[in-house]
Design a protein around this ligand. Structure first.
Ligand SMILES: Nc1ncnc2c1ncn2[C@@H]1O[C@H](COP(=O)(O)OP(=O)(O)O)[C@@H](O)[C@H]1O
Ligand SMILES: O=C(CO)[C@@H](O)[C@H](O)COP(=O)(O)O
Length: 494
């Protein structure tokens, strides 16, 4: 039996997987994001630990015998977050998350301080990544920077709580801008550019290697009989890929979580940082991947459901489907947390454009579904311009629950969407697979097979034609509003 834990942005998911790769049980516990200032996005690591315990003990209570037999634990998590610890491993400030946009100025500075940044890390400096956050802390909270002895990614902080070991793995570490991504080792030059050294970094393992052993008191609290191995695991996208069986070169998935990701596996390190395409290590040895990332995918749906008083995401989706509104020239820009691919602009803002007296809540909701699809289509173009090709996309994440959204996405992306049977447990399931590999030493290809597909949505050319006018409007709006976005930021003192 293997336990996978995914520290998502909206909640912690825990899943128990048996030796036949069947999901025996799953549980989730919610998390909230704190935004105390414009552009800021933070969570308290203590809340991660409470949510992890809530999800795992719920699984323990529902499946005590299976839990007792857990042989390996795998970790997956939201990427890029900066968790700062002092010399006694105490948390110094709330974690600065992947969708925090405060470090725009520090990104420009970092590109100057480290001219080889793009060649070494395979990526441009973006505010979501970890290194510019540390420069921001050095400039704005110097006493916290001076006290910092260790920097951990979110899931690696959970590992420290679970094993007492400071360990990370390649896929998540690739998103720090401190890793030499081609060599799969820390870059002394990149660390130095942010005033850090390798002493601040955890030890590195591959995602499918052992990365520690569960502490006896944690195993006891979780109802686990032995002391299972904790695998390296992966950033949530790489772990999601392992879960969905996206490991062979050219295979791809679409993740509809808080963020939205198009992820394509690669057998080599092929960086092309133009237009915000990310090139990172995969969670399996000797593999890499490219991805485009938008910062507010299902987060835009959550936002729209809340501000329109729809009564939740499912209720809004049902209303859009029932009313099937003709939305004319109504367009939504999903830049609620700024944007990465292709604009790399933390100052970009969310916009509903083209409202009239005829605009209804269902129309606003429909525009959100389309706007997120258009943003992902921009990401697909950026990937294609970087030379990345893919066919069918497997779909994972909370947004995979909506077939209506799937039809819109397939049309906008002009790609078939295949829904794995266990789409919603993607990264947690992948983490459980990595735990299995760490325990058994099996070949990754034997374990990381594609899950059975429950349905395929083909692109509908009529729907694409019906959206073509709004897609053109969408493409023009960012350029037209770019300067105004920056001015709006100045007005907010950011
Ligand atoms: N019925 C639904 N249909 C589509 N999306 C949904 C539905 N219910 C919730 N969601 C979306 O699922 C998202 C959470 O997905 P998840 O993959 O768990 O995200 P994360 O890993 O970022 O925590 C929420 O942002 C929410 O908008
Ligand atoms: O920043 C990225 C990838 O670069 C995000 O994909 C985060 O890893 C958060 O993922 P979700 O919570 O949306 O799954």
């Amino acid at each position: 039996m293997f336990l996978g834990i995914d520290l998502g942005t909206s909640g912690v998911k825990a899943v128990l997987v048996d030796g036949e790769q069947r999901v025996v049980g799953q549980a989730t516990a919610p998390l909230t994001v704190h935004r105390p200032h414009p552009l800021w996005s933070e969570q308290d690591p203590a809340d991660w630990w409470a949510a992890t315990n809530a999800a795992v003990t719920a699984l323990r209570d529902a499946h005590p015998a299976a839990m007792a037999g857990v042989r390996g634990v795998g970790l997956s998590g939201q990427m890029h977050g900066a968790t700062l610890l002092d010399g006694r491993d105490r948390v110094l400030r709330p974690c600065i998350l992947w969708n925090d946009g405060r470090s725009g100025a520090e990104c420009a500075e970092l590109e100057m301080l480290a001219p080889d940044l793009r060649a070494v890390t395979g990526n441009p400096a973006m505010p979501g990544f970890t290194a510019p956050k540390l420069l921001w802390v050095a400039r704005h909270e110097p006493e916290i920077f001076a006290a910092t002895r260790r920097v951990l990614l979110p899931k690696d902080w959970l590992r420290l709580r679970m094993t007492g070991e400071a360990v990370s793995e390649m896929s998540d570490s690739a998103g720090t801008l401190w890793l030499d991504v081609g060599r799969r080792a820390w870059s002394g030059a990149m660390l130095e550019a942010t005033g850090l050294s390798e002493a601040h970094m955890p030890a590195l393992v591959e995602g499918s290697d052992p990365g520690g052993t569960l502490l006896p008191e944690v195993a006891a609290a979780w109802g686990i009989a032995g002391r299972p191995v904790v695998a390296g695991g992966g950033g949530d996208n790489a772990a999601g890929a392992v879960g969905a069986g996206v490991v062979a070169p050219g295979t791809a998935f679409l993740s509809l979580g808080t963020s939205g990701v198009l992820f394509v596996s690669d057998d080599g390190f092929h960086p092309n940082p133009a237009q915000g395409v990310h090139a990172f290590c995969h969670a399996l040895p000797g593999r890499w991947h490219r991805m485009s990332v938008i910062l507010s995918a299902a987060a835009s749906l959550t936002f729209a459901a809340a501000v329109t008083g729809a009564g939740g995401e499912a209720a809004l989706l049902e209303e859009v489907e029932r009313e099937d509104p003709d939305i004319g020239g109504l367009v939504f820009l999903p830049y609620l947390s700024g944007e990465r691919t292709p604009h790399n602009d933390p100052q970009a803002k969310g916009v509903w454009f083209g409202m009239t007296h005829a605009t209804t809540r269902a129309a606003l909701g429909r525009a959100v579904l389309e706007g997120v699809a258009f943003a992902l289509a921009d990401g697909k173009e950026a990937l294609e311009e970087a030379g990345t090709r893919f066919g069918t996309l497997r779909v994972i994440g909370g947004g995979a629950r909506s077939a209506l959204w799937g039809r819109i996405l397939a049309a906008a992306l002009d790609a078939p969407l295949a829904y794995p049977a266990a789409a919603e447990v993607g990264p947690a399931f992948g983490a459980a697979r990595l735990a299995r590999l760490a325990v058994t030493g099996e070949e990754p290809e034997a374990v990381c097979t594609p899950l059975p597909v429950s349905r395929v949505i083909e692109p509908d050319p009529e729907l694409a034609a019906a959206m073509a006018h709004r897609r053109r409007l969408y493409r023009g709006l960012y350029g037209a509003l770019k300067d105004s976005f920056a001015m709006a930021g100045e007005g907010l003192g950011t």
